[in-house]
Every structure is written in structure tokens, then in C-alpha cells.
Design a protein around this ligand. Sequence first.
Ligand code: PHE
Ligand code: NA
Length: 469
Amino acid sequence: MTGEKMLKQREHWGTRAGFILAAAGSAIGLGNIWRFPYVAYENGGGAFLLPYLIALLTAGIPLLLMEYSLGHRSKASAPIAYRRLFKAAEGIGWWQVGVAVVLAAYYSVIIGWAARYAGFSITQTWADNPDGTEDFFFNRVLQISEGYWDFAWTENGTWVGGVGWPLVGIWVIVFIALFAGVRRGIEMVNRIAIPLLVVLFGILVVRAVTLEGSGAGLNAFFTPDFGALTNPTVWIAAYAQIFFSLSIGFGIMIAYASYLRRKSDLTGSALTVGFANSSFELLAGIGVFAILGYMAFQSGTPVDEQVTGSIGLAFVAFPEIVSALPWGSAFFGFLFFACLVLAGLSSLISIVQVPVAAAQDRLGWSRQKSVITIVGGIGAAAVLFMPMTNGLYVLDAADGAIENFGIALAALVSIIAVAWIARKLPQLRDHANRWSSIKLGWAWMISLGLITPLFLMYMLFQATRERFG
Ligand code: PHE
Ligand code: NA
């Protein structure tokens, strides 16, 4: 196989901290800031936190470890890592590559909107729109009424629509990061982006919780609706959020772990990344709901009427709040959208690395050839076609039930292949235990091999019945 030569001179992370930052950078993304608060709220508010934590501990971190161990042990990205289990399993790897390609295109468009809004925050463009921020988003930014998006649509010399140029910028950054390689590109970007993100987002949350009325928002977020616990779709939503948020089931963590040096503490890293991601997610929930509380206080309508869905929350509700801030509205608006861009970019880079690594490992392409072909291909498709299709509905559907089922199902399939068909959990456990002081034992094997798959099957069955039955 031509891949063999590549495997010998495989790239490596510079340091363990570099790997952890990159893995956390992949995990912490639009899902934390843009998706989690809304999903938590829709699925029982405070009561969602219980299924969420159970999903994190019994499925999220165990599955993260499975992917780490799989990637590190085989020193290869998803297609080869799965192929080593049994031949047909290579299909799972390629399926993940395919999902990553589609996800990357749409994910980059959302980052593009965030970049547009970072600019709009400074000019306060939406505040000049007589029909409000919702009209601004749908009819100006997305141009729904026009039926298409322009690459760059100007009106009276002002740039009002079209996400083309921000998308070009985003894909240029992705290209540079991946072209420079694992250590000098991916690791470097995350070393800068993640600490910066934490500081900027911290400032934002402090501002949010000190706003008038923030308490009401936090109450709405944390007040549990225990009735939600008996609803299978709530549990599915919790598992799907954990999987999406930790970037598992897409082959990303397999690729990232494959660049670790031989004696690496996989278990310690997985725990660090898992808790860092969830901490950031809870912080985002607190920040977003504190702000929604402020908005409810300003407008006199209750908090639950401020939540208008995942997309609306960031691009309709937020601009409105930002304009209404007593002081520093341009600054805080810019900060919020800059955080979305930073978090999104580091995740996007990790998504695109999946097909790049697969082409290097399995097709024997050089990194340069892979990056030029793949980033060029997905980037061009995103830049040329996304602005012209009505991406909002696709995004909505992608984020809805199908995606939930899709993510949970993908996780289930990979667990069944590894644990039940190839029966490799004991080997993967021993592999992780070799260089870690935290030893995986029966709890990991039973959570991952038995509880999680049986639970996912039952929940998928129940949720399917509920939705279609
Ligand atoms: N984990 C990222 C987030 O929370 C999204 C993501 C999903 C990234 C899948 C990579 C792969 O936004
Ligand atoms: Na995340």
C-alpha cells in the first residue's frame, strides 16, 4: 500500500498541551455557543442537565476514549483505523469522511454569517433596518425573499447581503492552517485561538450576568422540568448534543489521536477535553440565558418567548439585544460574534482534516496535494454554491431531528463494529492503560460495550415510534 511510506514519517503534535488544545478547539465550537443553550432550553431546561451529564459520563467520554485509542493504536485516520478491525468496516471510515465533507461546507457558512455580524456590530447596520433584526437577517443577509443569495450584495454602496467574501477569508485561513501541517498549522492556530476565546468569552459572560434581569433568564435555564425526563426525545437530544459537541462519531478524534507520540496519556487527555468542553458549554448557557433575561426585562415579554430557535437565537435575538445594551454595544456585539468565529474556525479546521488525513493515509497523497485538492474542492463548493442556495432550510433540517438520529445512529454503528463485531474493546483498553495512571476497567467496557449501545437502540426505537408511529 502506498500509504505505508506516509505512516512511517507521520506528523506529530509538538507537545501534549498542543494536542489537548487542538482537541478542545475541535470540541469547543458553534455547538457550544449556538446550539447547546437552545437545545437545553427546548428539552426541559434544568432537567436537561441530568441526561446531559449521564450522556457525558457513560457515553461521551467513553466513546471519545474509544476513538483516541483506535486512532493512536493504528496511527491512522478513520478509513484505515476501521479497516484494521475488519475489512468491511473501512466503509464506516469513508462514511465519516463523507459526513465531514458536507458538514464542513455548511459549518463554514454559519461562521461566515458570524463574521458578517462581527462587522455589522461595529457599524450597527441592523439597527438602521426599519423592519427589525429578523427582517434584516432573513431578507437582507439571507435574501430569502429574493430566492437566492448574492456573493456580495450592495445597496447604496453599503454591503448588505451575501456571505461570499467572509467565506473566502475563512477558507483561506483553513487552507493555510492545514497546509502548514499538524504542528505548525493546526496546533499553532489552536494555541492562539483557544486561550483568546476563553478570555473574550469570559468578559462577555461577566457582562451578561451583571445585566438587569439576568436572574430571570438563569432561572428559565436552570429550572428543571422533570416531566422531560420521561421523554425519549429529550434523552436522544442529550446524547446527540454530547456526541456533536465532543466531535465524536466523525472520525476527527481518530485522526487527531493518530498524531500523538507513542507514550501518550489518552485517558487523562480525554477527561481533560471532555470536561473543558462541557464547562465551556455551561458557561455559554449561562451567558446566553442571562442575556435573554435582560431582553425579557427590557421588552416585558417572558424569557421563553425570546427563544426563537437555534439560528434565530444567535442572528436575530442577539443583534437586537446588542443594540439595546446600555453601553459598549458595538464592543460587546463584536466580542460575541468574534467568539463564534474563533470557536467555529478551530472546529472547522478539525472537520476538514478528516478527508485530508484520509487522502494522505489511504490514497498515499502528500499533505500538500491533499490540502490543495480537498480544501480547494470543499471551499470552492461552499463559496460558489452556498451563497446561491437557500441554505437556511437545509441547515434547519440538518440541525433538527434527522441530525439527532443521524449522530446517535452513527455512534451506535461504530460502537457495534468495534465492540461487538471486532470485539476489540479489551485491546483498546489495554492500549489506553499502557501510558496512563488512570486505568480503564470494567466500567468503561460495560458503559461503552453494553449500556450505551442498548440504551441508544432503545431510545432510537422509542423516538422513531413517537415521531413516525
Ligand atoms: N464539536 C463542534 C462544536 O461543538 C462541532 C463539530 C462537530 C466539530 C463534529 C467537528 C466535528 O461545534
Ligand atoms: Na462542542
